[in-house]
Every structure is written in C-alpha cells, then in structure tokens.
Ligand binder design. Sequence first.
Ligand SMILES: NC(=O)c1ccc[n+]([C@@H]2O[C@H](COP(=O)([O-])OP(=O)(O)OC[C@H]3O[C@@H](n4cnc5c(N)ncnc54)[C@H](OP(=O)(O)O)[C@@H]3O)[C@@H](O)[C@H]2O)c1
Length: 309
Amino acid sequence: MKALIASSYGPVDQLTVTDVTKPVPAAGQVLIKVRAASLNALDIRLTTGAFREQMPVEHPFHLGLDAAGTVEVVGEGVSRFTAGDEVVAFTYPFFGTVAEYALAGEGPNLVHRPKSLSPEAAAALPQAAMTAAAAHDAAQLKSGQSALVIGASGGVGSFLVQLAHRSGAQVLATGKPEDEAYLRRLGAVETIDYTGKDVVEEARRLRPDGVDVVIDLINAGPGLAATAAAARNAGLLVSTLGGAPGFERGVTVAYVGVDQGVGQLEDLVRRAAEGQLDVQVETFPFSRAVEAAQRFAGSHSRGKLVITF
Ligand SMILES: NC(=O)c1ccc[n+]([C@@H]2O[C@H](COP(=O)([O-])OP(=O)(O)OC[C@H]3O[C@@H](n4cnc5c(N)ncnc54)[C@H](OP(=O)(O)O)[C@@H]3O)[C@@H](O)[C@H]2O)c1
C-alpha cells in the first residue's frame, strides 16, 4: 500500500508517497481502508523535527492521526466494530492515517460515521474538534461573557468559535480580512485582522475592561504574557501550546490539549452530522499529498485540509 512518509527530519518538501507494508491489526485494533485523512500542525512539527526534543519519532515517519474510512479487518477482541463499518478515528498512538490503510484501537477515539456526514468532513474532526472541545470546557464560558479566540480561522479555531458562540458567549475572533464573513457565519460578533492590527490593542478597544476569556491557539511561552493583557482582571487565558503558570492582574491560565478531549469524538461527530457543527474543508487527492502538506505547512486552508483517497 502507499503512505505519506518522511524519511528523516527536514522540510516538508522531502515528504514522499511510498510503498510500505500494509499493517495487520493486533488484538483490540481495527484496520481501516482510509477514505479521507486530515493533517494537523503536529504532523508538520514531527516531520521537520521541531518537536524532536519532546516527541522524537522513528523514521520512516508516517504522517496522520485523523481518518475516516471503512473497517476492513478487526483484530481479536474487538467488539463494537465489524468489517464494512464506516468509522471516524483519532488513531494516536498509531501515526499513519495519510495512507491507503491505517490502524486504530477500539476505544473512545474510534466511532461510527453517520451516513449524513461525508468522509471528508468526518476526517476533519478528530484532533481539531476534540482539542476545541477541551479548550471550550476549560474556558467555562457563561452566556453573555466575552471570549477572544486567537487563531480562529484554522482547524481548532473554527470549531471553537462555534462552541463558544453556542454557549451564548460574545466571540471576538482573529483572522485575515478574507476570513471575516466566514468567522461571522461561525458566530463571531467581532473580527480582528491580526495582519493589520495589534490584536490585544484592538480587543481592548472593543472591550475596554478586557474579555472574560482569551483562548490563544497561536502564541506560546513568553508570547502568552502579551495576549493575557487582553483578559479582564482575574480573567482566564486558555492555551493549546504552553507557557507560564500565571499572569499579571490575577489572570489565570489553563493549558489544554487533545488528551482532554478524549471521550468527546462521538458527540462531535453526531453534532456535525446533524448540522450543528459546521465543517469547512479544502480537499486534495492522495496523489497530491506532498503538495497538500506543503500547502498546510505554508499558506493556510480555512478550517481543515483533508486528503481524499
Ligand atoms: N496541545 C494539543 O494537543 C494540540 C492539539 C491540536 C492543536 N494544537 C495547537 O493549536 C494550534 C492551532 O491548531 P490548528 O490545528 O487550528 O492549526 P491551523 O489549522 O494551522 O490554524 C491556525 C490558524 O491560525 C492563523 N494564524 C496564523 N498566525 C496567526 C497569528 N499571528 N495570529 C492569529 N492567527 C494566526 C492561521 O490563519 P491564516 O494563516 O489563514 O491567517 C490559521 O487559521 C497549533 O499551534 C497546534 O499546534 C495543540
């Protein structure tokens, strides 16, 4: 079978679509014939070696943790799935969904795909929507509160804006001018062009006392101190990256990741299938997987970038 792989750490240009051995499911695993897979920032950071200290990988490294497809083989002891089932999976710790076949373990990160949700939209959900759900849970937004989402137009952000809006929060969302209408359609009441304005200054102009919660998907480490300044006194900063344990003026911080979203995939899939969660995708055929990875790493796809098979 063919898979998108990196033979060593290096730029995304060195990725190749290569013949590899088709995996065999062990006990508790299923083999999925992949119909669609999505890329995430983690795939790129593991490809380039940006995360080689905290998360080294073995080479050849197989990209991808998100997939939608058809169960082809079930391993011993698998009870909830049979061959022919249409599924959606977050396959961690098994990388390699950008391939004709991928392994996934039975558990909360492997769920059935409703017919009303396309494989492309389903594959866009796992990592990004689970992380958005985790950030949304940490934010504890109440109706009428305000939230600034930095990085709103991407995978995690596009789901988060919708979840925050549905909580009754007033969402201020960053994005390029061409994303303004999209962000408003997702539920943002204000948009901030991060390319032309200082995000914190503009948020403070719009909400002079500060927002209740800043959800920053972009900045990490010392950069978070600057965005914490957009929060009100004793407000909250939520980050998917990492930084200091607290900030000035009593602003507290919650660091979240996809791990905290485990258990939410089934509900997110159902909501998307019922039209309660908009899923925006840009698709590339698998034959153009290297180009897709280059596009994802370089410029930006609104919502998620999905590779189809
Ligand atoms: N800890 C975890 O488990 C976990 C899980 C998932 C994601 N994450 C992290 O969360 C972040 C977001 O992930 P994602 O999947 O949503 O990435 P993504 O799809 O690449 O989206 C990032 C978005 O940020 C925008 N952007 C870029 N620079 C910006 C800036 N300076 N200010 C405001 N917006 C900016 C980009 O928009 P344009 O370029 O179009 O303007 C893009 O829409 C990543 O850093 C990722 O590593 C962490």
